[in-house]
Ligand binder design. Sequence first.
Ligand code: AMP
Length: 302
Amino acid sequence: MTLLIVGSVALDSVQTPFGATENAVGGSAVYASYAASLFTQPAIVGVVGEDFPKQEITNLRRRGVRTEGLEIVRGGKTFRWGGRYGDDVNQRETLFTELNVFQDFAPKLPKGYHDIPNVFLANIDPDLQIDVLGQMRKPRLVVCDTMNLWIKTKPASLTKLMNRIDVLLLNDEEARMLADTSSLAKAVSKLRGGGIERLIIKKGEHGSMMFSSEGTFAAPALMLPSVKDPTGAGDTFAGGMLGWLAGRTLTEVNWRKAILVGTATASFCVEDFSVGRLRDLEKGDLARRTTELRAMMSVGRV
Ligand code: AMP
């Protein structure tokens, strides 16, 4: 086990211009785990109710994901999220968020989890992210994602968490909201000024940017003709990136390569609903897309 992932394990109901799902498997930890499993053995920490399909846990295990840290609450109801996308799939409306079993979740990490060297605090209540991080011994890397709901409802917990992480991952709108400014440039400098070593801003179909003392890096996303459902793209990006990095040194050049790997992995996620395209994805499938990305980024002398 090289990567611990704590986050939501969900049943999602999603509407896009291309179809709809009801109670399909989702959640930040699930998307990230599928993606990371291409490169490493992720260990998931989360909670579900008895209504969560057992087959979905088997599917995760089949990919090598460790699930001893996934608690099943007897008689409990799984976290549920509903969202709708318009014709512009970059615009998402949350229809409902039901925390259910996450409301009273007090994780106790299984044996062997405390020493996992890399930790991904995927999107979930920041108090839970703090709780899990507090149980870890001395991780070499702590990466955190969050979203508008927690920025609005738990700002104090997020501030506390920011002091304990190495890398913050956010979309551009959330970065501006967290830094309380309409300028992304000001948000980046404010968030980095808070002591975060590395900041990664996700910009949906426009790619991502990474900021650190070693420089600024920008990566495009692939132009995809067949986007069906963007749900989970950010978590898949993070899972692919961190799964690839988990067994490597944390140099600037590896971070940049990891961003390309994450981008290529996320490009598959959006091609189907739920984890449909991720379940059987193989490392080899990524090669053509990472090559395409590299070609999009290469310039000769100017
Ligand atoms: P993304 O599209 O990468 O932002 O992630 C979508 C996933 O996040 C969905 O599968 C949801 O179940 C999950 N999600 C939505 N809202 C929350 C929340 N407040 N906390 C944790 N996970 C959430």
